[in-house]
Write a protein that binds this ligand. Structure first.
Ligand code: GLU
Ligand code: ZN
Length: 319
């Protein structure tokens, strides 16, 4: 036993954790455990405007209830400003970032209209600036963000979604690593912290696939070894929309309060991942030998009210 695999669970305390979050955590946890490795926990609380009181406890209680235990002390992202700043300074020294004074309105006005599902691409308005322009830009009194200069789009082999190649120059362009309100953007914080926690495998929802080439650029720029990546399809409600933190009926806390057993939740999730032929109660530890990344369907999992009912949960609203 014992391997160098290190996985991680990275909840954002922006609301209650739901079955979609739980499914991704289960995959991440089992992948590391099946390899005899460790699981780190990180509280991703840098998006202060979206934080909800009690959401950190909700995430910790939810994971413990499911038996997805982590190793070591959780790392709290908001406590790592010094490390995030050091990474920004390194990017400045290498002239890989530049100060951007554009407002959201400026960018929308200057960018060509994105097609459905595409991101707005930063039009490069401030890309002529060097990192050394910082004092001048600061003197102008305008708030500014730091953007990473995208020169290429790293392809990567996703362990679930297969080969990925997103052209960042056409989709998103130069991206923000430090917000104009101050503080690291998600892309920078996640790379610095995954590296600090020694994470060797990132497993998360497939809505984050477009973030991965950006993160690979940051790993390279900071001289850090990147982990492997696996992106798991999301869970949708019967309405075809992805579960959101506002869908209270699918919250772990609601299931727990209704007396649903964690083994029933794990059984449903394991069945949805192709690891059980039918839904039955099972513990996280019992699933370790059944773990198989390749068995996870490549399409979203649609959670129905009937499935919730079979777990012994009678929900009032829509899933
Ligand atoms: N904190 C993010 C979330 O809860 C996950 C970020 C990541 O896994 O890289 O959606
Ligand atoms: Zn700009």
């Amino acid at each position: 036993m014992g391997s160098s695999a290190i996985g991680r669970l990275a909840p954002s305390p922006t609301g209650g954790q739901h079955l979609g979050n739980a499914r991704t955590y289960l995959v991440a946890w089992l992948s590391a455990r099946a390899a005899g490795g460790a699981v780190k926990l990180r509280v991703e609380d840098i998006d202060s405007a979206r934080l909800r009181p009690g959401a950190v406890e909700d995430a910790l209680v939810g994971l413990a209830w499911l038996g997805l235990h982590h190793d070591g002390e959780p790392l709290v992202q908001s406590a790592r400003l010094v490390q995030h700043e050091a990474a920004l300074e390194a990017l400045k020294r290498a002239d890989l970032v530049y100060p951007c004074t554009c407002t959201r309105g400026d960018i929308l006005a200057a960018a060509s209209a994105p097609h459905a599902g595409e991101e707005v691409t930063y039009p490069g308005t401030c890309a002529h600036r060097r990192a050394s322009a910082e004092p001048d830009v600061r003197a102008s009194g305008k708030p500014f963000a730091w953007r990473f200069r995208v020169s290429r789009s790293p392809a990567f082999a996703d362990r679930v979604a297969g080969p990925q190649h997103i052209d960042l120059t056409r989709s998103g362009g130069d991206f923000v690593v430090w917000k104009n309100a101050g503080g690291p953007a998600y892309q920078l914080a996640v790379v610095v912290d995954d590296a600090a926690q020694g994470v060797t495998e990132v497993i998360r929802g497939d809505d984050l696939i477009p973030s991965t080439p950006r993160q690979l650029l940051l790993y390279e720029a900071l001289g850090l070894a990147p982990p492997s990546f696996a992106h798991v399809p999301l869970v949708l409600g019967e309405d075809g929309k992805r579960l959101a933190k506002r869908n209270n009926d699918t919250h772990l806390s609601a299931l727990r309060a209704a007396g649903v057993r964690p083994e029933a939740v794990l059984g449903l999730l394991a069945w949805s991942c192709g690891w059980l032929p039918d839904v039955r109660e099972v513990s996280a530890a019992e699933l370790v030998p059944r773990f198989d990344l390749g068995a996870i369907p490549r399409t979203p999992f649609v959670l129905t009210r009937e499935m919730l009912r079979k777990m012994g949960f009678t929900a009032s609203g829509a899933t």
